[in-house]
Ligand binder design. Structure first.
Ligand SMILES: Cc1ncc(C[n+]2csc(CCOP(=O)(O)OP(=O)(O)O)c2C)c(N)n1
Ligand SMILES: [Mg+2]
Length: 557
């Protein structure tokens, strides 16, 4: 389609509207229905990251959104480009991440088009919103409204534009709409109501063993310091959800993660608690939100939207609606000074000196204990590297690196999908290009989207991928083994991931001696490139949660 006049095309205008939204990075995989728009977006100054699978474009945009606080942007072509998104979109919905996907749609003028499919119900079934744009003059406002919606609701929006319409000359108004960022209300952080505050302070004042549990809402409200002060004045302990891991990493009274990844000591303290003050967290099932980890405790939910029931469970009987930081500070101020009923040096010592798990396992010759791999990495990796924790059974081990702060950590697991590690690492690398990123992944998860090693190399990213290679789908291995089922669908053998990495042109190493790690770290730090470190680990080592839920047959009565 050739336009001899100087008039822009619709795709030019659509690219301009995205740029006016402040878009600076777009994760893309091209096809007929998005390539012209993407080319123009790039020409207008947007950094394009061309990935190798559409899923990875959206998953990387999710991590980018989480790390920057901005809207993550991805683009895919129509039909098969959109159907590839059926795992990433629900994951973004559940994680409340603002993402806008520019998708093409099949051309309207074609009576039949092989890639044509009804995209809206596919997208809306994931919980994402779908904007089908069929009227060129109204498209700029619709795109702006998509940004407004994703920012306000914090859920992904997919914009579908038939590519024959994109390729028309622009006949609409010369002025483009005001961008969403200029229009969004900016209310001051919400103060707690004095009546609710007084009640909540009385509740805390009457409790003897308080745990202040912080989630991502507390992270976003910068409430870490206020939560520490509250726990300190209450003489209680601190904990976080998995995504907020590390918010209190240097506090001697933080028991670590609450939920499936709680340490043995942490489980005991949670079981003793008589009040959980849950600040800016959704009290999800996986965080122990139904009270299964604190059977003796009441729960006070401090949140912008406190809830009594979540994910089918009764979560909190007491509620305080407010900004996390303001609420925690106001509670601390309202709490009378009292004797430190629970905190003690003995507790701090135990937290500091106890390993996440002390269970003894026999490790087969030639293989490593995943817990020792993590301890060696914890000791050797610089504290300011950006950590990305992926999924699978091994995520438990990697989550226990106590010296690492929350602002250098990312995990997005609300949909429970494996295979996102490479994408999330790319999103973080794009969000923090001056930083080194270290991805902790499983062999199964890495192999699901290993093609992104090529993207990382081509874009000059600085990413170290540490793989806990247990030769299969560890989660499934342990569950099948516990029930006495054959392991055929879960044990595959230790792939040579170092050789695979080298095939993509990046550095690959099989690490067999943990004593080598410090010098490997030093060499990698100097390289500024991509590397895969393949640790062949035993599949006999169970995380505590797996041991409790799926005990090995030998341990069963
Ligand atoms: C997309 C997707 N497919 C399948 C699963 C089921 N699943 C959960 S954990 C897991 C194993 C992951 O293997 P790996 O990454 O090697 O980690 P490991 O459990 O071995 O430590 C699988 C297949 C899933 N959660 N998501
Ligand atoms: Mg594995």
């Amino acid at each position: 389609m050739i336009n001899n006049e100087s008039k822009p095309y619709v795709y030019d205008i659509l690219a301009s509207v995205f740029m006016r939204e402040g878009v600076s990075t777009c994760f893309a995989l091209l096809g007929d229905a998005n390539m012209n728009w993407a080319a123009r977006l790039s020409e207008q100054g947007c950094r394009m990251i061309y990935v190798r699978h559409e899923h990875c474009a959206v998953a990387a945009a999710m991590a980018y959104a989480r790390k920057t606080g901005e809207v993550g942007i991805a683009t895919v072509t129509c039909g098969p480009g959109v159907t590839q998104l059926m795992t990433a979109l629900p994951a973004a919905v559940r994680a409340h991440l603002p993402v806008v996907v520019f998708a093409g749609e099949a051309p309207l003028k074609s009576g039949w088009y092989n890639q044509g499919i009804d995209q809206a119900p596919l997208v809306t079934a994931t919980g994402a919103a779908y904007y089908s744009l069929h009227m060129p003059e109204l498209m700029p406002v619709a795109v702006r409204d998509a940004f407004l919606q994703t920012r306000r609701e914090r859920r992904p929006v997919v914009i579908g534009v038939p590519f024959d319409l994109q390729n028309r000359s622009w006949d609409g108004p010369a002025n483009l709409p005001s961008p969403s960022g200029e229009l969004l209300p900016r209310p001051a952080p919400l103060l707690p109501h004095p009546d609710d505050l007084a009640k909540a302070a009385r509740l805390i004042g009457a409790a003897e063993r308080v745990v202040v549990l912080a989630g991502m809402g507390a992270v976003e409200a910068d409430a870490g310091g206020a939560c520490r002060e509250l726990a300190s004045k209450a003489g209680g302990l601190l904990a976080t959800t998995l995504p907020a891991r590390g918010l209190f990493y240097d506090d001697p009274f933080c028991i670590g993660i609450s939920g499936s990844f709680t340490t043995e000591a942490g489980l005991e303290y949670l079981a003793d608690a008589d009040l959980i003050v849950a600040v800016g967290c959704s009290l999800a099932l996986h965080a122990g939100g139904g009270g299964q980890l604190w059977p003796k405790a009441e729960t006070l939910h401090v949140d912008l939207e406190p809830v009594a029931v979540n994910q089918g469970q009764e979560t909190a009987g007491y509620h305080l609606r407010a900004d996390a930081q303001l609420a925690a500070a106001a509670l601390t101020a309202a709490l009378p000074v009292r004797a430190q009923t629970w905190r003690s040096d003995a507790i701090a010592d135990r937290i500091r000196n106890t390993r996440a798990d002390n269970f003894t396992y026999e490790i087969e010759p030639g293989l490593l204990d995943p817990r020792e791999v993590v301890e060696a990495l914890e000791a050797a990796l610089p504290n300011d590297w950006e950590m990305v924790n992926s999924s699978g059974h091994c995520a438990h081990f990697f989550a226990h690196m106590p010296s690492r702060p929350q602002d250098r950590f990312l995990t997005v697991r609300e949909f429970g999908a494996i295979g996102n590690g490479t994408s999330f690492a790319m999103g973080v690398a794009a969000a923090r290009p001056q930083q080194t990123v270290v991805l902790f992944d499983g062999d199964g998860s890495l192999l699901m989207h290993v093609q992104e090693l090529e993207t990382m190399k081509r874009h000059g990213m600085n990413i170290l991928i540490v793989v806990m290679n247990d030769g299969g789908y560890g989660s499934e291995v342990h569950k099948l083994r516990s029930q006495g089922f054959p392991l055929d669908g879960a044990v595959f053998g230790h792939s040579d991931l170092a050789a695979i990495a080298r095939g993509f042109g990046v550095d690959g190493k099989k690490v067999t001696d943990l004593a080598d790690i410090p010098k490997l770290v030093a060499a990698f730090a100097d390289s500024g490139t991509v590397a895969v470190w393949d640790f062949h680990v035993s599949d006999q080592v169970l995380s505590p949660i797996m041991r409790r839920t799926y005990p090995p047959r030998s341990a069963q009565a």
